[in-house]
Ligand binder design. Sequence first.
Ligand code: TXA
Ligand code: MG
Length: 319
Amino acid sequence: MSQLPTDARIEQAVAALARGELVGVPTETVYGLAADAGNPEAVRRVFALKGRPSDHPLIVHIADASWLSQWADPVPETALALAAAFWPGPLTLVLRRARGVPDAITGGQDTVALRAPAHPLMQAVLRGLGHGIAAPSANRFGRISPTTAAHVRAEFGERLPIVLDGGPCAVGIESTILDLSGAHPAILRPGAIGRAQIESVIGPLVEPEAASRPRVSGALESHYAPTCPLRWVDAAAIDALLVAPENLQGALVLRCGGSIDPAHGMTLPDDAVGYAHGLYAALRSLDARVPASILVESVPDKPAWAGVRDRLRRAAVRA
Ligand code: TXA
Ligand code: MG
């Protein structure tokens, strides 16, 4: 189907969604496993294909802020201000759900997560369908999120015949999730839109009280994990190992900046944007070499790195 012209591929994806089928779609963060959010049967297929527990709520993707009121009630001023600043883009807002939003989407909670994605193909699919699209990351539950169409095909193969190829995802890690449904706004999942950017629009955030927050499947331990063990190692220890690579004993290294012999691992840029862009593809390709473990060189402990550090920390947790 990638031979079809772009308009025909978009039409094919929209038609499949309208029939209640699932489609792999590109977004600027990671690829999504899309279903018509208004069709509970289609949404149930998402959980079945992912192998995801059905009480984990899904993000509803919308074309722009004018669609918010179909899904959320009330739509607070803070949501509109953030949407004006960051949509379309990698920011998800958790709001009180409007009447009629299916339980299949919200996991039975009284809130709904909403995001207007920036990828032009996803925008075209949303406008073609004319309705919200539920889309978790297009990976099997607990596995590394896909950032290329090939990753999506590797996850689901024949069980997901239509994958809309939009090239590698620009951002590379999942959206920032901001909860606006409670007394105080709180970041539930860090991402490319950082805390300081959010605070520049809605003022200072109160520290979250973890226990009182809604469920976030991304907040479960052992998420985004490769199949082999992953460990954080500081730069000095990595340097020492690479001087005497026999000491790696079958481990592969993911460096942050600098160079490495490809036989011993890979390197990612030492800026947070470049690192996030390449992270999941790097973890997939290292994991595919079936190393004894992946040694990840520690990354800077700075605000710009919050999203990357969060994903690495989860990937390092073993079930
Ligand atoms: O960048 C992204 O957000 C990607 C792309 C495809 O848009 N999507 C994504 O979806 O990461 P998923 O399902 O893998 O992660 C969605 C997260 C989960 O951790 C889920 O628990 C949380 O959003 N979530 C969804 N609805 C929620 C709600 N009502 N309250 C709190 N968290 C919610
Ligand atoms: Mg996910």
